[in-house]
Ligand binder design. Structure first.
Ligand SMILES: C[S@@+](CC[C@H](N)C(=O)[O-])C[C@H]1O[C@@H](n2cnc3c(N)ncnc32)[C@H](O)[C@@H]1O
Ligand code: SF4
Length: 470
């Protein structure tokens, strides 16, 4: 068995693989929760030794060759989905959102001033929470603040996460005017019984109408988010959800395994655990969903994304240039990811930084003219090698030992020794190591997170509990 430092089990899935007795055994064996590896080291290893002063120095060190990616976090929604694992707050009043926006725009100015010598912005992503809680005027004002403080590249991508429920024409038009190039819509599942069980009633027609209007407003690239492993979900129901979603012809579909972490997200206790699919049902759902997506013409990308062949993500996967960051799989190869907003995480050449997750503290710092960083981690040489290998495995399911040796020199030594040890300890045929190429064959891919965990030198050094690996 591949040796992973002890933590609790997580959900696995990816390309379609028939559920057999043999892999049913693997599902149980590798069910231990492991991180999703949207960063390495992962967020539980961030510490308060990295603060605003550190981040300020890192921003100062950017130069005009450094391309920037901006992530803006809007941590508000108007209703609570019981499954939600995002960093968000429910508000029925708009005042907190408007007050937050003032602080966010202040932070935009502070950070842009500190990074004024940096290169142009190639990617922008608004996430949440629900960025579409902003009014039409606020969407336009925030975009103006970004464009007047940072230099945008001519072909900069601009992606926004959207909750289609109750989204009116004014806000959709504002997204078009703001120059949004891609919208990502939360759908989750179309079965009314599932929707009631997760407190998110969203008729298909509502999603369809938002898709049509976004296209009319010139937002050409669309992604839909789906989840498996939700209460009352069935294989047939997921297939039906996928067929109806595919009929809308989104360029991308993300298929996440429901991360049930009630110890962290206490509102998830509102979900009746007795109607949650078990480990094997989850695995079957993920595999049936993968098969259905492939039948509908979507190519699998990494662990949990699917894209049409002509989409940039599919092309990046084909070309071996796919990347992974906090927003998941991306074509974003910028040198620095600037996180803006409460709890936002940034990635600088030197390491990771995270803003204060407490909205009041974030607002106070930003309105005081201070950087709102409260934790982070500076990368060691060893971290850089492991981060590189883990990202390659999560994106391409393979890496080349010689290439790693060449790029990282002596720092690669212990990690290459780990790769050989990990491959030798694999009793389940999940890894192939031949001619200096470490590769996870198709039947091992649902277990990629567990294989990455075997390279994680920090795992087990924090109290973090993760979600299921399948
Ligand atoms: C910020 S939300 C998307 C925008 C908007 N808030 C919405 O829900 O429509 C990001 C996505 O994360 C996924 N998500 C949220 N909580 C999750 C959980 N506990 N497990 C798996 N996926 C989850 C959902 O698919 C959701 O669409
Ligand atoms: S899933 Fe989206 S809309 Fe629902 S509470 Fe979470 S962030 Fe808000």
């Amino acid at each position: 068995m591949i040796q992973v430092k002890e933590i609790r089990a997580q959900p696995l899935h990816c390309r379609a693989m028939k559920t057999t007795t043999a892999n049913a055994g693997l599902v149980e064996k590798y069910a231990a929760p492991v991180p999703r590896y949207t960063s390495y080291p992962t967020a539980p290893h961030f510490h308060n030794g990295v603060d605003g002063a550190t981040y300020g120095r890192w921003l100062d060190a950017l130069d005009e060759r450094s391309k920037l990616s901006l992530y803006l976090h809007i941590p508000y929604c108007d209703t609570l989905c019981w499954f939600c694992g995002c960093h968000t707050k429910i508000t029925r009043r708009h005042t907190p959102v408007t007050e937050y926006l003032v602080a966010l725009m202040a932070e935009v100015e502070i950070v842009a001033e500190r990074a004024r010598q940096a290169g142009e912005v190639t990617h922008v992503h608004w996430g949440g929470g629900s960025p579409t809680i902003l009014s039409a005027d606020e969407i336009v004002a925030l975009t103006k603040a970004l464009r007047s403080n940072f230099r945008f590249g001519e072909h900069a991508e601009f992606a926004v996460e959207i909750d289609p429920r109750g989204l009116d024409g004014d806000r959709i038009a504002a997204l078009g005017r703001a120059g949004v190039t891609r919208a990502s819509l939360g759908v989750q599942d179309l079965d009314p019984k599932v929707q009631v069980a997760i407190n998110r009633v969203q008729p298909y027609e509502e999603t369809r109408d938002v898709v049509v209007q976004l296209r009319e407003q010139g937002v050409r690239s669309l992604n839909l988010d789906l989840i498996y492993g939700l209460p009352h979900q069935t294989v047939d129901g997921i297939r039906d959800t996928i067929t109806r979603c595919a009929a809308l012809r989104p360029d991308r579909i993300a298929l996440f395994g429901y991360a049930h972490v009630p110890w962290m997200k206490t509102h998830q206790r509102l979900i009746d655990e007795t109607v949650l699919p078990g480990l094997h049902e989850r695995f079957e759902q993920s595999q049936a969903a993968a098969e259905q997506l492939e039948r509908e013409g979507y190519l699998p990308i990494g662990l949990d994304h699917y894209a049409r062949a002509e989409d940039g993500l599919a092309q990046a996967a084909q070309a071996g240039t796919l990347r992974r960051n906090f927003q998941g799989y991306t074509t974003d190869g910028a040198d620095a990811l600037i996180g803006l907003g409460a709890s936002a995480i940034g990635k600088m050449p030197q390491g990771y930084v995270q803003n204060s997750p407490a909205i009041a503290d974030y607002r106070r710092k930003s309105l005081n003219g201070e950087l709102a960083t409260v934790r982070g981690v500076e990368l060691t040489d060893d971290d850089r090698v492991r981060a590189d290998i883990i990202e390659q495995l999560m994106c391409d399911f393979r890496f080349d030992l010689g290439d790693v040796q060449e790029r990282f020199g002596t720092a690669a030594g212990p990690v290459i020794a780990d790769a050989e040890r990990i491959a030798a300890s694999d009793e389940d045929g999940l890894i192939e190591l031949e001619d200096g190429r470490f590769e996870i064959p198709p039947h091992g891919r649902p277990f990629v997170r567990s294989i990455c965990a075997a390279f994680d030198a920090h795992l087990g050094r924090s109290e973090a509990r993760h979600s299921a690996a399948v």
